[in-house]
Write a protein that binds this ligand. Sequence first.
Ligand SMILES: Cc1cc2nc3c(=O)[nH]c(=O)nc-3n(C[C@H](O)[C@H](O)[C@H](O)COP(=O)(O)OP(=O)(O)OC[C@H]3O[C@@H](n4cnc5c(N)ncnc54)[C@H](O)[C@@H]3O)c2cc1C
Ligand code: SF4
Ligand code: SF4
Ligand code: SF4
Length: 381
Amino acid sequence: MEICRKDKCVGCGVCEFICNSSAITMNKDPLTGFVYPIVDESKCKKCNKCVSKCPINNVESMVSNNILDCYAVVSKDSNIRQTSTSGGLAYCLQEKTILSGGVVFSVVSNYPNEIAVFQRIDRLEKINNTQGSKYVQANVRIIYDQIIHELRKQKKVLVIGTPCQISAIKTITKGINTNLTTVELVCHGVSSSKILMDYISEIKIKNDVHDIKFRDYNRTCLALLGSDQNLLYKKYVHDDLFTLAYLKSIILRQSCYHCKFGKYNRYVADLTIGDFWGLGEDSIFRDSYKKGVSLLLIHSERGLQLIESLDNICMEKRAINEAIQGNRTFNDDYLKPPYQRNNFIKYYSLSHNVHRAIQKSIFLSILYFRLRGIIKRIIRK
Ligand SMILES: Cc1cc2nc3c(=O)[nH]c(=O)nc-3n(C[C@H](O)[C@H](O)[C@H](O)COP(=O)(O)OP(=O)(O)OC[C@H]3O[C@@H](n4cnc5c(N)ncnc54)[C@H](O)[C@@H]3O)c2cc1C
Ligand code: SF4
Ligand code: SF4
Ligand code: SF4
């Protein structure tokens, strides 16, 4: 039995969560590590609940094109801004929710156990762990029970995640969501922890890796840190094969190529946050642009209330078109995976070596960026 089309399944586990017969288990694909549901037909009562509740089968009724306002935002605290991916808005939203007695569910990295996993954040000192984008799929299934528990206690709950994760949260909290506010990230797509772990294990590093960072000074990179946060490995986008392959979209989950969420007129959450690429020259944040500026789209009164309650941000109203046109991800039409994605899967299954599979799949791009780097270095001399 197929709950939704496998290439569209986002691995949210809502089906597993709502099946009263415990007939569904989420299984990892042995090669890529992405999880998919498997139905035990001997336990299945054919009630069809999993099919009818699957967010992917209900995507059209979940998305809306409502945008009340658009802002460029930065945290007033320069330290928070520097340690966040964009302008630090996610930190400020979490801080406000906790200070007003609520709880947050947000993604942390607890390497080497999991590179990205949702966690309950109920103290200010825990927010630091959530900072920074992790470009692999986070396990969202483990927080469903906790969110329902908090909402039943009438606690204010804030959830920050990818749009498909927010659609799952909204599905499982239907009818009890009065105190729930949701924030979706502008989302290029996710790779898997398994692919990244394999990649890291292939890099010859003497010391044990204790932490990972994906962004530095507003540039995409892969940095591996030791036990004292000492730097063991760092390469920027065009020199690091994993990062390049992620941005070239050859190592994403299959559903990301068919994603019907988070496009310029399809939102599920109360708020959307991302990078404010394409910010106009007249913006008050233009001088400090390189330090990161958050894009904020407000979709609902609930989202607006939370934003109005913030006293730790500077914000500037901007035209919606500027934000949408400047951010490729809103406009990307992932109808087909690039052909190099199929090549990556083919080479990865043959060699079980991520470096080799990426090198063979995007050989020309790697060559182009290497030559460009060499020419830049020569010109600088
Ligand atoms: C996989 C992914 C793809 C993205 N693609 C784009 C893009 O194409 N264009 C764009 O403008 N912005 C994109 N973003 C969003 C952007 O990178 C920042 O996360 C966002 O602007 C928030 O930055 P910040 O400075 O407010 O907060 P930060 O401190 O950077 O906060 C990060 C927040 O993101 C959440 N988060 C981190 N990793 C994950 C994950 N793997 N899954 C779910 N939630 C996570 C954390 O819970 C935290 O709340 C992406 C983010 C992710 C995680
Ligand atoms: S998208 Fe979610 S609910 Fe639908 S089949 Fe996949 S894991 Fe199950
Ligand atoms: S049809 Fe009903 S019993 Fe069968 S797997 Fe789906 S939810 Fe479970
Ligand atoms: S691109 Fe779409 S399917 Fe992929 S993680 Fe983002 S929201 Fe989910």
